[in-house]
Design a protein around this ligand. Structure first.
Ligand SMILES: *Cc1c(COP(=O)(O)O)cnc(C)c1O
Length: 377
């Protein structure tokens, strides 16, 4: 099955029993047993729910994995994945990682003695150098947020195999439409499905896919023990979102390319971060490991004042956190998504007050460009 067909026909997408072409919303918590302990596959909805299961099968299919797991948020998914590890274990992580993941590791999991080191994973030698005898996993985000840095997943896979580490990839930005990390050697792929997979700014959810039965059993045990599961209604919304994921990503990327070209020609824009641009540092690797470059782009206008002006004047870009929806969003990472990262650390990473991040939507690109043009004036 080709990628765009998979979005419509991959996994479980209809109801065997009734022929319904959309999976029904099983709004149910418990299931009648035929005899004590004898059930028909479902006993309690934290453990398993048919609507959630259909979504889990669908995402496993899209990511070419063995099993999928759905959670109440991306952070719930990441938390559950981290619980595969033990106290005293060590994780090597991408340094300009999603702010919430940074907070989870430095303010929550540190209290449980789960250790970590942040490195620029776009430089494989630095990853290798950060590995200690206690390292159990590599945690990679590519492209990153908001600087769109690219990490070579094939290289990470080689390093992970050599040191017997789990390779975990946050694939939120690339989506399974453009990038399938398991094919490149990842063991666990996760998503904030709140973003492109949902795609309509109407659901908060997280997804995980694993590459082996052994990991699937461990994940299901922790998913059921911790209980941060996704409800049936939200599971259904994600399945609806997935059906148009391919179409949306094509439209979003076309718009993003046009906007990138416009920003390149604008004298007030000092630097542009988009892996689709040939002068982007990670362009060649992105081209190798993904079939598209996505819809996230960030650029520097040099000052907090001009940033404020742009935010005031844009009409079609909604000032909001989050990304990946049909409507274009604009944000200032330093004040919003990355506000929980200390200022010195932000500056170190290049997340200045003049950095603006766009999540490009599916509107007409001419309207979007005209909007940015008048806002920058
Ligand atoms: C949003 C996001 C998360 C967290 O997901 P939530 O659904 O907000 O909990 C994790 N990783 C990335 C890359 C994100 O963009």
């Amino acid at each position: 099955m080709r990628n765009r067909t998979k979005m419509v026909h991959g996994g479980i997408t209809s109801d065997e029993q009734t022929g319904a072409v959309s999976v029904p919303i099983y709004q149910v918590s418990t299931y009648k047993q035929d005899a004590a302990g004898k059930h028909r596959g479902y006993e309690y909805s934290r453990t398993g729910n048919p609507t959630r299961y259909a979504l889990e099968e669908t995402i496993a299919n899209l990511e070419n994995g063995v099993a999928g797991f759905a959670f109440g948020s991306g952070m719930a998914a990441i938390t559950t994945v981290m619980m595969l590890l033990d106290a005293e274990d060590h994780v090597v992580m991408t340094d300009d990682i999603y702010g919430g993941t940074y907070r989870l590791m430095t303010k929550v999991f540190n209290r449980f003695k789960l250790d970590h080191t942040y490195v620029d994973t776009s430089v494989p030698e630095k990853v290798e150098a950060a590995i200690t005898p206690k390292t159990r996993a590599l945690y990679i985000e590519t492209p990153t947020n908001p600087l769109l840095k690219i990490t070579d997943l094939q290289k990470m896979s080689e390093i992970a195999k050599k040191h017997d580490l789990l390779l975990i990839v946050d694939n939120t930005f690339a989506t399974p439409y453009w990038q399938q990390p398991i094919d490149l050697g990842a063991n666990i792929v996760l998503h904030s499905a709140t973003k492109y997979i949902g795609g309509h700014s109407d659901v908060v959810a997280g997804l995980v896919v694993v590459d082996s039965i052994e990991l699937a059993e461990k994940m299901h045990f922790i998913q059921n023990s911790v209980g941060a599961v996704l409800g049936p209604h939200d599971s259904w919304l994600l399945m609806r979102g997935i059906k148009t994921l391919g179409l949306r990503m094509e439209a979003i990327e076309e718009n993003t390319r046009s906007i990138a070209a416009f920003l390149q020609s604008h004298h007030k824009v000092s630097s542009i971060h988009y892996p689709g641009l040939t002068d982007h540092r990670g362009h060649d690797i992105a081209k190798q490991q993904s079939s598209g470059f996505g819809g996230m782009i960030s650029f520097d206008v040099g000052s907090g004042e001009l940033t404020d002006q742009v935010l005031q004047k844009v009409k079609y870009f909604t000032l909001a956190e989050s990304l990946g929806a049909v409507e274009s969003l604009i944000s200032v990472p330093a004040k919003m998504t990355h506000a929980s990262i200390p200022k010195e650390r932000r500056e170190e990473l290049g997340i200045t007050d003049g950095l603006i991040r766009l999540s490009v939507g599916i509107e007409d690109s001419e309207d979007l460009i005209e909007d940015l043009e008048q806002a920058l004036e």
